[in-house]
Design a protein around this ligand. Sequence first.
Ligand SMILES: [Zn+2]
Length: 328
Amino acid sequence: MLAEDCGHPSANFQESPHLIKSEPMMNNPLPPVDTPNDFDIYENVNYRHYWRSLSRQKLDELERSILDELLPTHGHAIVDLGCGYGRLFSQYAGRFQHVVLFDGSESLLRQAQADFKEKAFYVLGDIEHLPFRAAAFDTALLVRVFHHLNHPEEVVSAIRRLLCGNGLFIMNYSNKRNALQIIKFLFMMTRHNPFTPETLKAEANFFHHHPASITRLMAGAGFQSLVHRGAGVFDKIAPLLGPIHRFAPTGKRLAPFLGKTALAPWVFCKAELSDHIPRQTFEKNSDLLACPVCHNELSQKDAAFCCTHCALEYPIRHGIVDMRMINR
Ligand SMILES: [Zn+2]
């Protein structure tokens, strides 16, 4: 679907496919079409392969080091929203008593389950209908997901509901006002104005955001932004170095500057919930689930969870709880 057809307020920023392909910030592993269900756009995408190129190996290395720094050293429960095949699992595994891996793609979640087995709790679901109890987590991750969201305000607001007081929310977004886009705009190589606050939809399923709009969105949801880190710059160097690519820098040293100035194409943000809501206690992983429709508690019967209020059932299939809204 072309942006002109989508009805999104950023539709006027649609650029020609030729120019879009030439812009290195827009590395999109997805096919250039919208799918019927926004939450399972990564179903059957070979996402593990996507991360194997030289430049993405460097980017992966940098993102891991950023998370190493931003994540708390210990905590009670973390949910990785849009975990994919569990690329970042090793960064938080061992730091939390409960690890929940959540994704809309069953094929990716199965890959994570095959790798990490009982070390995590696996939930299949829709990012716009999160199936968790309020104040159940002290940390929520949303890495490489925000740029796919059609309704980011609603999702961030729902994430706030999952977190207890002083809970941490670590996310990253695609930054439309990065240095390369500024240069391109000043030299009239793109007609996207990087300085305007509107969200830019330049590809199907891919939105670029202005840093100021992210700050406003986070503050509006009750989050206080603490730390920013920039990524997506130095990974372009590795493929140019041929046999000595392993010596290419990741950009870790400049990540604080590129984050604070928001000049990088990808910006990580660590934010803290300013409320003082006590964390809900639970004994087993399944206790943190709630009905994604009415948010009430679930009871387990045989191979499914059943909502105690609206009676909807959510099946458990081979160790993965299917909390999707589809067909309900
Ligand atoms: Zn319900």
